[in-house]
Ligand binder design. Structure first.
Ligand SMILES: [Zn+2]
Ligand SMILES: [Zn+2]
Length: 150
């Protein structure tokens, strides 16, 4: 599992330190596993304990952590970038994005995806090494709301 030691190692490999700001930002993600946080979300949470932090610092830190592969930067089509911890190959997942309420669910379709990628390789000789899959639609709650005419 991805933990603070992994972050330390990645930073050290680039001769960077886990400064207090970087640590605070990383800790927000460890406190929200499986969530997809915007810079504003991270800013709001860090500010509660450290009112002196600036939004520009948060953006810089998110960019740096994304460049290092500690975070994944995601676009879900609403103009706001989201970030999540990069959990590596073994925990790759799809995102299901509700176009009504903006909720983002994760799905681990290991077998399904392996079959699809095997099929792509078989048909085209193309070896898939990375993927970014997003499905847009209505979440279960919004479907129920719609059926109820809400
Ligand atoms: Zn929804
Ligand atoms: Zn995700």
């Amino acid at each position: 599992m991805f933990d603070v030691d992994d972050v330390l190692q990645t930073l050290a490999a680039h001769e960077l330190k886990l400064t207090p700001q970087r640590r605070r930002v990383v800790e927000v993600f460890f406190r929200h596993p499986g969530e997809h946080l915007s810079a504003d979300d991270v800013y709001a949470e860090v500010r509660r304990e450290h009112p002196d932090v600036g939004l520009a610092t948060i953006y810089r830190t998110l960019d740096l952590l994304s460049d290092l592969g500690i975070l994944d930067k995601l676009e879900f089509g609403d103009g706001r970038s989201r970030y999540e911890l990069d959990r590596g190959e073994r925990e790759r997942h799809l995102h299901l994005i509700c176009t009504r309420c903006g909720r983002v669910e994760e799905l681990q379709p290991d077998e399904l995806l392996a079959r699809l990628e095997g099929e792509i390789e078989r048909r085209t000789g193309f070896l898939v090494v990375d993927r970014e899959l997003k499905f847009y639609g209505l979440c279960a709650g919004c479907r129920a709301d719609r059926q109820a005419g809400r």
